[in-house]
Design a protein around this ligand. Structure first.
Ligand SMILES: O=C(O)c1ccccc1NCC(=O)[C@H](O)[C@H](O)COP(=O)(O)O
Length: 258
């Protein structure tokens, strides 16, 4: 696996090399994250997109973005109209941590997604233990093991946001039967962003009969950017443009056109 993604995945695999793979007892599936993103969910209307607002302090694309207090950021996003919170827990490149996720969970009633490069079952167990409602599963990272990781997420009562970037990954994801599909506009090897990726792959997913939740991810800065996925996506995941705005509640309201 080349590029930035390859480096991050190698680091996370080494971090969890000796981790306990046992998941522990089954946990009930509340499906709070999925329910928050479905059309017409509280806080959004059929005409609008549900927003997953991301607590993201740095990234390989941007370097340092903002020194955020995770709890304050989550409260500001909720005040601005977000339907869910994504919280980075990857420490080296995104400034994330387990403490950030726990603080976000404690600070808001909104469902929280653990945003990390899941390479080991322990990372899903941790997400459940830390209070997350969902975890990210990247087809580019788990590959053929996607069905296995989906089963683990289900065992732990976690919603899974299954992320793809191209048709090959989309077909792999669809074969595994996810309930929530994220289309990342960012090529995680080159970091190039193309907002045309989400509409193209969303149309492909719907044509293939996917009836679940569709999430457009990465590169969104203005309401005009969102028009490209209006009527296709159920939700949008936004980090940099909100986290670096200096006014997270105001930027969230502005993005949602409220
Ligand atoms: O954001 C990056 O630079 C990045 C680099 C390598 C792997 C993943 C990366 N980001 C993860 C995400 O997909 C974004 O945090 C998320 O979709 C929000 O994107 P944005 O609104 O563009 O910050």
């Amino acid at each position: 696996m080349p590029g930035v993604l390859g480096r991050i995945v190698t680091e996370r695999a080494a971090d969890y090399r000796d981790a306990d793979p046992h998941l522990g007892p089954a946990r009930p599936a509340h499906r709070r994250f999925e329910a928050a993103l479905r059309p017409g969910a509280a806080g959004s209307t059929v005409e609008t997109l549900a927003l997953i607002a991301e607590v993201k302090q740095a990234s390989p694309s941007q370097g340092a973005i903002a020194a955020l207090d995770p709890a304050q950021a989550a409260r500001a996003y909720a005040e601005g109209g977000a339907s869910a919170i994504s919280c980075l827990t990857e420490p080296r490149h995104f400034g994330g941590s387990p403490e950030a996720l726990r603080a976000v969970v404690a600070a808001t009633e909104l469902p929280v997604l653990r945003k990390d490069f899941v390479v080991h079952p322990a990372m899903l167990r941790e997400a459940a233990e830390w209070g997350a409602s969902a975890a990210l599963l990247m087809v580019s990272v788990v590959g053929e093991r996607l069905p296995e990781f989906l089963d683990m997420a289900e065992h732990l009562g976690l919603d899974a946001l299954v992320e793809v970037h191209d048709e090959r990954e989309l077909d792999m994801a669809l074969a595994a039967g996810p309930r929530i599909l994220g289309i990342n506009n960012r090529d995680l090897t080159t970091l190039h962003i193309d907002l045309a990726v989400s509409p193209r792959l969303m149309a492909h997913a719907r044509a293939a009969g996917f009836g679940g939740v569709l999430v457009a991810e990465s590169g969104y800065r203005t309401p005009a950017d969102l028009r490209g996925v209006s009527g296709l996506a159920d939700a949008v995941l936004v980090g940099t443009s909100l986290a670096g705005s200096g006014d997270l509640a105001g930027a969230t309201r502005a993005l949602l056109g409220r």
